[in-house]
Ligand binder design. Structure first.
Ligand SMILES: Cc1cc2nc3c(=O)[nH]c(=O)nc-3n(C[C@H](O)[C@H](O)[C@H](O)COP(=O)(O)OP(=O)(O)OC[C@H]3O[C@@H](n4cnc5c(N)ncnc54)[C@H](O)[C@@H]3O)c2cc1C
Length: 226
């Protein structure tokens, strides 16, 4: 399918949100992702396609892609950054099962995001808001540099409990936020760079004895720790 660039917003110097109009209406479940393809002359060894989570809710109808750029980044990102309004990009999908279970049975739902790993949570939370559904969600959003992507949106959402953390999200920070919570009746969703996700998952398993079945993860390869 083809997507046409509708808008490009610099959220921070190195973080850009792209919104696309799909050629034909697409349905997706909040938390899912697309695979994007660009025509690149002499692509680098990382190739011409990438996966990005759809950060928008299906009810918004546009496809929101938010990503971080690096000084010596990939050719793919360079081409993506240079897209002009009206340009098209090819995408396939949606795919992925990092989505909310239908019919919540948990007392608490914890979303734990590292940096740009916030994208699936933005989609899920926005969709719940647009459907007037209120679930017992706590978003623990960690950033190493204080660049909190979508902060204005999350601050305006009064339905969820949000905790921002700057710096390393360690056992003590997690403990201070889940103390007193019935963890056996809670579910944990973790999204972010691969090392972040692995680290938080092992803290939940080892330090808090949380059942593996109650932890859902979404890896973003290609980034260092966030
Ligand atoms: C299911 C899924 C969903 C995802 N969703 C998102 C999302 O919503 N937003 C998002 O930003 N990412 C997302 N990702 C990750 C995304 O697909 C890319 O892997 C990530 O953005 C890194 O992009 P890049 O490889 O173009 O490298 P860059 O972002 O350009 O660079 C990342 C790091 O790699 C280094 N680097 C760059 N090029 C090379 C090279 N050729 N060789 C060695 N090192 C290099 C850079 O210096 C930097 O440290 C998702 C991944 C998956 C699997």
């Amino acid at each position: 399918m083809k997507l046409f660039l509708k808008d490009k917003k610099e959220l921070f110097e190195d973080v850009i949100s792209f919104s696309f109009n799909p050629e034909n209406k697409i349905s997706w479940i909040p938390g899912q992702f697309l695979q994007y393809y660009l025509e690149i002359d002499n692509p680098d060894d990382r190739g011409s396609d990438r996966f990005f989570t759809i950060a928008s809710a299906p009810e918004e109808e546009t496809i929101l892609l938010t990503t971080r750029f690096f000084q010596r980044g990939s050719k793919f990102k360079e081409e993506l950054r240079n897209l002009n309004i009206g340009d098209s990009i090819t995408a396939e999908g949606p795919w992925g099962n990092f989505v909310l279970n239908s019919g919540n049975i948990y007392e608490n739902i914890f979303f734990i995001a590292g940096g740009i790993g916030i994208t699936p949570f933005r989609s899920i939370i926005k969709s719940l808001e647009l459907n007037n559904k209120n679930l017992p969600i706590t978003l623990l959003y960690s950033n190493k540099n204080g660049e909190v992507v979508y902060k204005d949106y999350f601050d305006s959402n009064k339905d969820i409990n949000i905790i921002y953390n700057t710096g390393i999200l360690d056992e003590n920070v997690i403990k201070s936020n889940i103390d007193g919570v019935n963890v056996s009746n809670s579910i944990f969703y973790i999204s972010g760079p691969e090392p972040f996700v692995k680290n938080i998952k092992s803290i939940l398993l080892d330090a808090f004895n949380i059942d593996n079945q109650l932890i859902k993860i979404d890896y973003f390869p290609g980034y260092d720790m966030d």
